[in-house]
Design a protein around this ligand. Structure first.
Ligand code: CS2
Ligand code: MG
Length: 403
């Protein structure tokens, strides 16, 4: 079999997605997600201008060789743009190989290690009361695990909170919006949030929280200790993780489980965190960490330690990534949990898929491949619209802070 063509499809059914479609001389096609929130066209260009010319004529079955060719052969290694591009090729090739075998992708990875995939939902509100209502609403939808994020008194726009009644979407069209931040107000507020949520929902649901990179290690240690009475499933992105050693300090002070990694793009970003058991969950994803091929390597390293997977699954990762992730999740022995933010109706129509949600769990389906396709005619009706993630400034003096 030979790759005859590879095309980039950029669409915006409510938000931007970048999809790679690889075609072969035997009529099989494969899809890969190449979406990188706020930098979509960089990945599209990397694929279009630098990767695709090297793919034409190659045997799509040689997934590993192509992965190594694109990683080692680029000379300039790692980074979110490069690794999202490699991920898209890798995912599309696994899709083709599974279709050629007539098998759902998880069967090629080693078969199912579980019957279904535990997922967690996003509950958010402008204040504690609204957030508690949203936690109840998601519990009523069957979710066993729910992330809670709320507005912080005294702060105008805060991460993770939907505005004007729509589903939460951090990217906004036009230039980056500016949000404000005050760690002291956040640290005072968040334990109150989880006291209220736990009191309202009881102990039968797992609760999660995303700090979103905003604390120093000692502040994260403080928050972890303050949240211990509420038994969180995880506290995510407690502090920026370029300095993997920073988690050592958090670990010394709290038993609240730690998750990190949605912005990691290779095993090198998390090797120290995993080997030193500084985290409990690794959040790396199919689309941003080099595809199925590299994500398996990260999961295998984590499996040597008590570190489980907890892949990122926000709506800025396309249904193609969600589908591939669920096949990975069904197979991976050290599975933890999968993030599930349902896409909007337009997106689901553009990306018909076999995966399903039921009563707090998901399943990738049994169709050959990863089970996600793209309706190109419909996608063409939603042209790209430049959008950015926000930037964040300290409320006290305008210092540019972590978003
Ligand atoms: C968040 C994301 O889902 C999460 O855990 O960190 O909403 C993240 O902010 C976006 O995916 C960024 O594009
Ligand atoms: Mg996150």
């Amino acid at each position: 079999m030979k790759i005859t063509q590879a095309r980039i499809i950029v669409c915006c059914p409510g938000r931007n997605f970048v999809t790679l479609k690889i075609e072969t001389d035997e009529g099989l096609t494969g899809l890969g997600d190449a979406s990188l929130n706020g930098r979509e066209l960089a990945v599209a260009s990397y694929l279009e201008d630098h990767v695709i010319p090297c793919l034409i004529g190659r045997d799509p079955h040689r997934i590993e060789d192509i992965w190594q060719y694109l990683y080692r052969g680029a000379y300039w290694r790692r980074g979110p743009v490069t690794m999202s591009a490699i991920a898209a090729v890798d995912t599309a090739l696994w899709d083709i190989k599974a279709k050629a075998a007539g098998l759902p992708l998880y069967q090629l990875l080693g078969g199912a290690s579980r019957e279904r995939v535990l997922v967690y939902a996003h509950a958010n509100g402008r204040d504690i009361e609204e957030t508690v209502d949203e936690v109840h609403r998601h519990a009523a939808m069957g979710y066993k695990a729910i992330r809670a994020q709320s507005g912080v008194p005294g702060l105008n726009k805060v991460y993770g909170v939907a505005t004007d009644g729509k589903a939460y979407e951090p990217a906004t069209q036009g230039l980056p919006t500016e949000q404000d931040w005050d760690t002291h107000k956040y640290l005072l507020h968040t334990p109150k949030l989880f006291d209220a949520v736990r009191s309202a929902i009881g102990w039968d649901h797992q609760l999660l929280h995303d700090v979103h990179h905003r604390l120093t290690p000692i502040e994260a240690a403080r928050l972890g200790k303050d949240l211990e009475p509420f038994r969180l499933f995880w506290m995510e992105d407690a502090t920026p993780a370029e300095n993997q050693d920073a988690f050592r300090l958090i670990r010394q002070h709290t038993t609240t489980p730690l998750a990190v990694g949605e912005i990691f793009n290779t095993i090198w970003d998390c090797k120290g965190l995993i080997e030193n058991q500084l985290i409990d969950f690794i959040r790396t994803t199919v689309v941003h960490a080099g595809g199925i091929t590299h994500l398996r390597r990260i999961a295998d390293l984590a499996a040597l330690y008590p570190v489980r997977t907890g892949s990122h699954g926000a709506t800025d990762l396309s249904p193609v990534c969600m589908g591939a992730a669920l096949h990975f999740d069904l197979w991976v022995p050290n599975f933890g949990i999968q993030e599930h933010m349902p896409h909007n109706e337009e997106t689901d129509a553009v990306f018909p898929h076999a995966y399903t949600y039921r009563d707090g769990f998901m399943h990738p389906g049994e169709v050959p491949g990863h089970g996600v396709e793209i309706d190109e005619a419909l996608a063409a009706k939603y042209p790209y619209r430049r959008a950015y993630l926000p930037v964040n400034r300290l409320q006290q003096d305008g210092t540019l802070w972590h978003w």
